[in-house]
Design a protein around this ligand. Structure first.
Ligand code: HSE
Length: 432
């Protein structure tokens, strides 16, 4: 007879409904594999009257997540309400009540992970979060368990599906950002308020979690570089393609030789021949580079009901194992002996700059003299042909330089009288 695990589910949105549905769908398989049946005994929702695509018996529903925490029969709380303030209170109270917690909330972990992991350790209960990073891709388990014998040298990849969909459509069809965003919303990929998806912060929260997992260091949100895709234009995508590059919103977590950690999320030009350039639409892909294993690549659906609920269900299986065989075991916890975060200005990479300039003699000389003064090397300069006169675009590819120096040069370029619009600057990553 399979023992039953009693679950309190907080949040019955897209992912919550997926967990409920898929636990029913694959309940027999899970019982065979884990020796447990998983029963959602209480569900906290905001609105009891809301129409949903899962049928939950009315007696199980409540509008107060405190009912879940207070129920002594509930062993595991699954937090899928999103947001930070209330989710923080919920996760804290559930851990304090000695319950195992599973969350998919990356913003919560990025802001309060330090305190919540410490609380879980103190209470001797695990806190699981496979669904918080890259949806259905088992990246947390892979880094934490499968690659435990490696120093992680770098993790980089595409970790936001919505922005990847938008960039893919812009590149394929030459459409502009607004049109591609509207399409992502119509297909239900982007949230009604897609701010965190397109401003880079959803990916940044995931990068912060991956950095902690790899290095035991909770990098603070204000210590990292985060730019979104809002200012990426169809023109830049087209111009980058002529140079053999594809623009992706790239998350990078990298260990420096002095043991400091670089974390950044920015639209980045990557070689079109690199495998990440073929990761399209809402897919995610993450490269993990370990000192023993070398490079490994994880690819899959980074968002969506089924993919993300698959990750939550894997955490439920771990919770069942923990309860039955290994109470209190936290799994492998990252060790915290690595240093601090690298400042933005110290991060080094090559760059792409697009300048809109007056089309007159002497302009290129002015531009290149600013760059030379900041001791930055220019690897190529292209002036695409413009029909009918008017301002011209200059496309500059710069050799690797610290961002601080590049920023200073950009500030001067912007002030030149021949430059007619705010310059566009993007990083280039050659993965050398
Ligand atoms: N909205 C996210 C994405 C999924 O588009 O990747 C949840 O983090």
């Amino acid at each position: 007879m399979a023992a039953t695990i009693s679950i309190g589910l907080a949040g019955l949105g897209n992912v919550g409904a997926g967990v409920y549905k898929n636990l029913e769908r694959n309940g027999d398989l899970l019982a065979e594999r884990t020796g447990h049946r998983f029963e959602v005994v209480r569900v906290a929702v905001r609105d009891l009257g809301k129409a949903r695509d899962v049928e939950v018996p009315a007696a199980r529903l409540t509008t107060d997540w405190r009912d879940l925490v207070a129920d002594p029969a509930i062993q595991v709380i699954v937090e899928l309400i999103g947001g930070v303030t209330e989710a923080h209170e919920l996760v804290k109270s559930a851990l304090e009540a000695g319950k195992i917690v599973i969350t998919g909330n990356k913003a919560l972990l990025a802001e309060h992970g330090h305190e919540l992991i410490a609380l879980a350790e103190k209470m001797d209960v695990p806190l699981y979060f496979e669904a918080a990073v890259a949806g259905g891709i088992p990246i947390i388990k892979s880094v934490r368990e499968a690659l435990v014998g490696n120093h992680i040298l770098a993790i980089y990849g595409i970790i936001n599906g919505t922005s990847n969909f938008i960039l893919t459509q812009m590149a394929r069809r030459g459409i502009d950002y607004r049109t591609a965003l509207a399409e992502a919303q119509a297909r239900g990929y982007a949230e009604a308020d897609p701010a965190l998806d397109v401003n880079g912060w959803d990916a940044a929260h995931k990068a912060i979690i991956l950095a902690w997992l790899s290095y035991g260091l909770w990098v603070r949100p204000n210590e990292i570089v985060v730019d979104g895709i809002e200012n990426v234009s169809a023109a830049d995508i087209r111009l980058a393609a002529t140079l053999g590059y594809t623009i992706k919103l790239l998350g990078v977590v990298r260990l420096h030789e002095d043991r400091r950690i670089e974390v950044r999320v920015q639209p980045t030009l990557i070689p079109s021949s690199h495998i990440l350039a073929s990761v399209n639409d809402v897919f995610n892909a993450v490269v993990v580079h370990g000192d023993i294993v070398g490079e490994t690549l994880f690819y899959g659906s980074g968002a969506g009901q089924n993919a993300t609920s698959s990750a939550v269900i894997a955490d439920l299986a771990d919770a069942a194992h923990n309860l039955a065989k290994n109470p209190g075991c936290q799994g492998f916890l990252p060790s915290g002996y690595y240093g601090q975060a690298v400042t933005v200005d110290e991060t080094v990479s090559p760059y792409y700059i697009r300048l809109r300039v007056e089309d007159r003699p002497g302009v290129i000389a002015q531009v290149t003299s600013v760059i030379a003064r900041h001791d930055i090397g220019l690897s190529s300069l292209v002036q695409p042909k413009v029909e009918g006169g008017g301002p011209a675009d200059l496309m500059l590819m710069m050799h690797a330089a610290p961002f601080g120096r590049m920023r200073a040069a950009l500030g001067e370029l912007e002030k030149l009288s021949c430059v007619t619009e705010k310059p566009i600057l993007m990083r280039v990553e050659n993965f050398a």
